[in-house]
Design a protein around this ligand. Sequence first.
Ligand code: ASP
Length: 581
Amino acid sequence: MYRTHHCGELRASHINKKVTLSGWVQKSRDKGFVAWVDLRDRYGITQLVFDADRTDEKLMEVARNLGREYVIQVTGTVIERASKNPNIETGDIEILVESLEILNQANVPPFTIEDQTDGGEELRMKYRYLDIRRNPVKNNLIFRHKVTQEVRNYLSSIDFIEIETPYLIKSTPEGARDFVVPSRMNEGQFYALPQSPQTFKQLLMVGGMDKYFQIVKCFRDEDLRADRQPEFTQIDCEMAFVQQEDVLQSFEGLTRHLLKTINGVEVDAFPRMSYDEAMKTYGNDKPDIRFGMKFGELNTMAQHKDFNVFNSAELVVGIAVPGGNSYSRKEIDKLIDWVKRPQIGALGMVYVRCNDDGTYKSSVDKFYDQTDLSQWAKATNAKAGDLICVLSGKTSAVRAQLSALRMELAERLNLRNPKEFAPLWITDFPLLEWDEDTQRYHAMHHPFTAPKPEDIKLLDTDPGAVKANAYDLVLNGNEIGGGSIRIHDKETQSLMFDHLGFTKEQAKAQFGFLMNAFEYGAPPHGGIAFGLDRLVAILGGAETIRDFIAFPKNNSGRDVMIDAPAPIDQHQLDELGLKIK
Ligand code: ASP
């Protein structure tokens, strides 16, 4: 038997007990006549003691020569510590070791295996198995386990069934590129890895499994952005015989359950906001509503003077920065530089100081008087002591810029408290989205999303105005889930494919299986998928999803530990019938 107890288990009540422990050498200290070794495993650290009076000389020698991260097994007696350590759970005791076996030696690790390590990110990724021995990473993985456990508990308790769907499938467009897998047995043909199990979960509804979920890997060959992983995990869900309200209620329930069991936080009914309202008030479809700084549109009160920058703009919009009037001229100039950075792209920024005496001082005093400025203050909800920041230009661009500024300022003003949770449903998304590159409409969510029945008539005349029964769940400014009510009849689905620019043949070749299924009694259905990695990170009060993934890829999509992707043998290529250019 390798161990009778683990390294986080022994307490004063075990004193005089003979025990066997196994683990890694965290560190050792040698005072000549006494040597101590900290033995670590997943559960904690237990101090081992070897002393010249009670330990035989050979064993003393072995103990003195243990290297960091050696794997050892010891047997000994639990004794009371002379100087107790209140900081660790086993701090009252130590083990007087009687025998020790080295189970495996270890090279000196390339970084310190401690909570605060000296290892840089890339190095820690390369030796991720060592990084996992560190508490912060280990605890995140345990935390993730707890979240998935609670997801399974809750969904099972309301009759959802976890069903696996295949990974080797046919390409399903969901906006990103597919990762493809060549088929050896069908030369020249390829599987695709699922971007999500979307069509399969819909087929499960046709199959009568009216409440499905799956904690499932999804794969998207997207251009890499910070904190995106080419493979990621979804909590994927679908329900039959439901309307939007049923789906929202069920998954509000799940989210509330997680916040309660994982974070000990009770949240009221989640607020809801339409997509249009979110864009208008926050410039963004995933607003962080833990703080204000709502947008105030100023067109009507800023386009009546000779200021051409505003007069020629599609949108003039501002936010009030709480306490911002205390910024020096230099600080404001820096803020202006910040919005003018290419990543943000604003052409400039107009500002208004709201003085304590109720007067205003703006960067455009030449054009606007106190009455104008007081209207701006009203529209942006600015109080004395605030600073109003105003951007102008094309609506979509300006909204994105001001939204970025709002988030940046909130960060600087410490308004984004990770311990506070502000969920929000965004509803009534547009069905279609215009794509400048391809000069045509794309499905905003995916092609299986149902248009609102009353809007179908607009599909031909004003496609951009058609709304969908599609929704996102936003938590603290992050989209944590998204879904929709689906099309469940062949005619509407085929109409949708027409509008997305598919020919009848293309639609049939790609989605014939789904349209066929719709002819065999498809029930009304809808669902949602949560991004598990991000959800876990937010519940864990952290920003980066990598910290919650056992073996993540780096920002260039590489696994630096196993060194993938990598070339394959000519022999493998030949077998697959593939040629590299
Ligand atoms: N399949 C969708 C996605 O991955 C989620 C859904 O519509 O249920 O975003």
